[in-house]
Design a binder for this molecule. Structure first.
Ligand code: NAD
Length: 138
């Protein structure tokens, strides 16, 4: 059993979900950094892919801040160093190879999302899934 899976199995009376070992997040903004943070807390390896190096560094900063805040609140099963050691933030979409799940979280622009999902699909392993984010309903 993977470390990510065993992390979800520790709860009692809750729905048990087998998390993928490696999760990709395309776009590390408000939503993407939150998604990355959640999967790090779940014990997954997480790769955030941004549009360029500057944005990938900014995305890493957002996820780091969220993980450190979770550590302060006692929400980590290990240390923030452990969790952040499972985080990669890059500008190269090829880093999505090997992910069992890739969440698209780029801005709400049709061409951007269409291209992003097409690019992700080309890199997905068989059996992997790639859900897209969408706006909250009015
Ligand atoms: N923010 C919310 O509360 C919220 C809630 C529900 C759904 N959503 C949806 O989530 C999605 C993302 O929203 P957000 O608020 O995180 O936006 P955001 O602007 O905060 O983040 C988007 C990120 O995508 C990156 N990006 C842009 N082009 C890219 C590319 N080609 N490749 C990789 N990364 C790229 C940007 O650099 C940015 O960091 C949207 O579809 C939005 O409708 C957002």
């Amino acid at each position: 059993m993977s470390s990510a899976q065993s992390a979800t199995d520790e709860g009692s009376g809750e729905l048990k979900v087998a998390l993928p070992d490696r999760v990709g997040v395309l776009g590390g903004g408000r939503m993407g950094s939150g998604i990355a943070h959640a999967f790090l807390l779940g014990g997954c390896q997480v790769v955030v892919v941004e549009r360029d190096e500057e944005e990938s560094a900014a995305a890493r900063g957002r996820v780091e801040a969220a993980v450190l805040a979770s550590e302060k609140r006692g929400l980590l099963s290990g240390t923030s160093q452990d969790a952040l050691g499972r985080l990669t933030s890059v500008a190269d979409r090829d880093a999505l190879a090997g992910c069992g799940l890739v969440v698209e979280a780029v801005p709400e622009v049709l061409e951007l999302k269409t291209q992003a999902l097409a690019d992700v699909e080309q890199r997905l392993d068989p059996g992997a899934v790639a859900p897209a984010t969408r706006p909250l309903p009015d």
